[in-house]
Design a protein around this ligand. Sequence first.
Ligand SMILES: *Cc1c(COP(=O)(O)O)cnc(C)c1O
Length: 395
Amino acid sequence: MTIYADNAATTKMSKTAVDAMLPYLTECYGNPSSLYTAGQKAKEALEKAREEIAALIGAQPREILFTSGGSEADNQAIRSAAENGKRKGKTHIVSTAFEHHAVLHTLKKLEREGFEVTLLDVHENGIVTAEEVGAAIRDDTCLVTVMTANNEIGTIQPIREIGAVCRARGVPFHTDAVQAVGHLPIDVGADNIDLLSASAHKFHGPKGVGFLYAKRGFPLSTLIEGGAQERGKRAGTENVAGVAAMAAALKESVSHMEENAERMRALRDKLIAGLSEIPHSALNGDARCRLPGNVNFCFEGIEGESLLLLLDDRGICASSGSACTSGSLDPSHVLLAIGRVHDVAHGSLRLSIGEDTTDEEIDYMIQNVKEVVEKLRSFSPVWRDLVAGKAKFIL
Ligand SMILES: *Cc1c(COP(=O)(O)O)cnc(C)c1O
């Protein structure tokens, strides 16, 4: 048995998305910049996808820019806002301590270039408030960037309220919505969003393709110089097959969003209830205000990496921390941001279930995580000290 419970890292492509992709990998392989019919057919596919994607998030087609994924969209959004700000003498940026590295590392780089970045603390529940964002905005703030939903602990941020605060203060608002698009309702107008990043492989589309929404009139800088594709804002021959598949995947995800979310929330809550029975464990992030598929726990006295390996032996694909950090010995910056101490943050497990996760799989995961945690604790010196009273339990 293999149970895929790492949908926050990537998702399986849907059949609809694969089918939408195939014609552009086979007979319809023209370059959209070519003037003959085969090229124009590819161009039409691209523009149809742009219209469909725009409609699904309440945007205009001309506001959608295709990118190589979420990371590129994050980089371009932030860099554009920073460069616009700099021209007006505004070099301050507000963000949070638990953003994705595509955001945090871009901000780090901007700091080295002379920008000042305020990273807001995140509460224990993994949610920042619009009031806190408002309080951090200054006269020289050129950008607020706060993710819609966190990729590790799944907590959902009050982006509509944050966007309203930004709008009232005249500050552009970017949101990394990679975990949210296709899973939560998004309307860039109602949600007061100026810039939004999304990635196809997080909603059953292919890897290596995503999009950036930029509100009409927002000046974008280029990351990649070359031809005049994407209105001159992103050079390079377009990933026609990937874009067509992304539009098909998003359309499908959005059309089943409500029913999928309802079923996944019930399974998620069952999994949370089951894992909560493990002594000295704790759910990370708010129990209610979280993505329908996200479960993230800390178990005291064990190492997340060992837990993953033993779960893999039992056919469960899970994660501890984000995929980008795994392999490094640093605990997750997200868990540290919500106030978990190092030792506890090391013993973390993320199970991100998907639309086709079954009730039986939830039972299997609960049973096996319980057994594996117990097994690891039985030969953990840290656990022995805790039980012997030589160290204090935190959870
Ligand atoms: C996956 C992810 C990204 C990166 O997207 P890619 O398409 O893999 O570059 C950025 N932000 C968040 C929140 C993510 O979950």
